[in-house]
Design a protein around this ligand. Structure first.
Ligand code: CTP
Length: 417
């Protein structure tokens, strides 16, 4: 269910104060279900004891090249072959130089030289070391050979100064690991546009009509579609969560903005998933100055555009998107209402939310949905976290694309008719 599950990840740790953050990184990878083997340089062990990583990863860290030869296997070669990804965090200037020049003077560099797994580098060093032409030349050499870079960030450094050189935060490194692993995913080449969050319809510069949507379901869909290899556009309104990295972000606050952004992306959208809670009404007048309480105001409302209806009309003309998925937030006659919505809006699939349930729907991390398809299919899923729901929805999307004979060539960036 999660791209990190059962992946073999090598985590190289070099000497730097940020080594303590690598402990958290290791923990996050293990919690996501990855098998993590830590490799530490001599200097890294001055900052964090190997025991700490051993306890978290359940495997003894490799600290010595000769340790790898135990058991009759050529250790670093075997390790290198098993790896799906090699993360080096923190990466010191010294080890970066070694990697750039093909050094094999320790377990970390020897394994890096032997592996064909993608390399994800999270450098951490003082600003002057980072900015030095030697470091920059080494970095360029590694990037040209296909290494992926995360950070460094600007912030407080070990010296006490402020500057560039802080290691990226562990959760950001995990996101980058997911993106690197997604490259050859089952949806590679598919272009997916997702709308998320709630819209805001302004009454005056400080007041709006909004709704309870947190954007969590749409963001989960965007993240999982990205992890499965799709190219993702995320059109989003008000959300309590950040849009994920590695997706094309398109902010759109009002229903009108959602309509414009969605229609603009249609020609390059294979699959549209409309998870946004788009307002159905807006104030007829938006005042340019703040309304005073003394003025006895009556707010008159008018209908907003129905985005999916407009999509259905445009789709009839241009033949894109190939597949449209809607959401239905219902409080009564759930299945009947969702079915008629699916037909009215010409959708291939609709995801039904019972928004009266306390543990599912708005604001929470879990959801309990029923997936209805145009061919009469109905599947009720148990309560699960929103990423797991997203995974199910995308699996169904994949199945539907296959059922109607639409294939796409991985990496080609577009569906083949
Ligand atoms: N939707 C849309 N444009 C709107 C309102 C909703 O495209 N102005 C989309 C939503 O993103 C969702 C689907 O339509 O995918 C259903 O949304 P929902 O609020 O459940 O339905 P409504 O069309 O608003 O119908 P009703 O208010 O009658 O339930």
């Amino acid at each position: 269910m999660n791209i990190l599950a059962d992946k073999t990840i090598l985590l190289g740790v070099t000497g730097g104060i940020a080594a303590y953050k690598a402990v958290d990184l290791c923990s996050k990878l293990v919690q996501a279900g990855a098998h993590v083997q830590v490799l530490m340089t001599y200097t890294a062990q001055k900052f964090v004891a190997p025991l700490t990583f051993g306890a978290i990863s359940g495997r003894q860290p490799i600290t010595d090249l000769w340790q790898l030869y135990e058991g009759g296997r050529i250790g670093h070669v075997a390790l290198a072959q098993e790896a799906d990804l090699f993360i080096i965090a923190p990466l010191s200037a010294h080890t970066m130089a070694g990697l750039a020049h093909g050094a094999a003077d320790g377990p970390l560099t020897a394994t890096a030289l032997s592996t064909r797994a993608p390399l994800l580098l999270a450098p951490a060093m003082e600003s002057h070391m980072w900015e030095h032409p030697a470091t920059q030349a080494n970095l360029q050499a590694l990037i040209q050979r296909g290494a992926h870079l995360v950070g460094p960030e600007v912030g407080r450094l070990a010296s006490g100064g402020i500057g560039i050189g802080r290691m990226a935060e562990p959760e950001v490194i995990v996101e980058h690991a997911r993106i690197v692993l997604s490259r050859k995913g089952p949806l590679a080449g598919l272009r997916v546009t997702i709308t998320a969050g709630g819209t805001r319809e302004w009454m005056d510069p400080v007041r709006f009509m909004g709704n309870r949507s947190s954007g969590k379901m749409g963001v989960a869909l965007a993240r999982v579609a990205r992890d499965l290899g799709a190219h993702v556009n995320l059109i989003y309104g008000a959300m309590t969560v950040d849009p994920p990295i590695g997706v094309h972000r398109v902010p759109a606050m009002r229903a009108e903005d959602m309509l414009r952004a969605t229609l603009a992306l249609l020609p390059e959208t294979d699959v549209l998933i409309s998870a946004a809670a788009i307002a159905d009404f807006r104030p007829v007048v938006t005042y340019e100055t703040k309304l005073k309480k003394e003025t006895d105001q009556e707010i008159r409302l008018e209908r907003t555009p129905d985005v999916l209806k407009a999509v259905a009309e445009r789709r009839a003309e241009i033949g894109m998107p190939r597949l449209v998925v809607g959401f239905a937030a219902e409080t009564s006659d759930l299945v009947a209402n969702a079915r008629s919505k699916m037909e009215r809006k010409n959708l291939e699939m609709i995801v039904l939310n019972d928004v009266t349930a306390a543990d599912a729907g708005f604001e929470v991390d879990t959801n309990r949905v029923t997936i209805l398809t145009r061919d009469g299919g109905i599947e009720s899923l148990p309560l699960m976290d929103k990423e797991a729901v997203a995974y199910h929805i995308l699996q169904r999307v994949r199945g539907l694309l296959g059922a109607v004979g639409i294939g796409w060539s991985p990496g080609a960036g577009s569906l083949l008719p």
